[in-house]
Design a protein around this ligand. Structure first.
Ligand code: SF4
Ligand code: SF4
Length: 137
């Protein structure tokens, strides 16, 4: 059994929360965020979200996500795409994705090389999936 910290340990650099746009939210993400913030959905939309047609994203302020303040301030209410980062399953099948994510995230422990990383990532993601299924009952 592998531990996540063998392949990733967040350095709190904030890179993944910076930029002029953010990840987009699904309907489930919006529901979870609203519940987390304990605010009416219209207030959440007005205050925190940027909605362009069908695309719902978080607003950015000063070049970072509105919820970023030396770390994520809505941790358990954040969108699933944020939750997935940086251990993205696309790294399992494509070394280029591994290299690209490694470049963007200093928390990735890539020194062990792609194959060793891939084996650990596969086991860790499988373990997470199993735990999620158990939690859902
Ligand atoms: S880019 Fe990586 S190390 Fe930096 S805050 Fe995001 S997850 Fe953590
Ligand atoms: S919701 Fe949290 S983790 Fe996602 S971009 Fe915003 S601050 Fe970062």
């Amino acid at each position: 059994m592998f531990e996540e910290q063998e392949i990733f340990q967040c350095r709190q650099c904030g890179h993944c929360c910076q930029g002029e746009t953010t990840v987009s939210l699904t309907a489930d993400d919006l529901e979870r965020l609203v519940a987390y913030l304990h605010l009416p959905v219209e207030v959440v939309k007005e205050r925190y979200l940027r909605i362009t047609g069908e695309v719902v994203q978080m607003k950015t302020v000063g070049g970072h996500c509105i919820f970023y303040n030396e770390g994520c301030t809505v941790h358990s209410g954040k969108p699933w795409r944020c939750t997935q980062w940086p251990l993205h399953p696309s790294m399992l099948s494509d070394q280029n994705n591994f290299e690209a994510i490694r470049q963007s995230c200093p928390g990735i422990k890539g020194e062990m090389g792609y194959e060793a990383f891939r084996v650990r990532l596969a086991a860790i993601l499988e373990q997470k999936q199993h735990q999620e299924k158990q939690a859902k009952g």
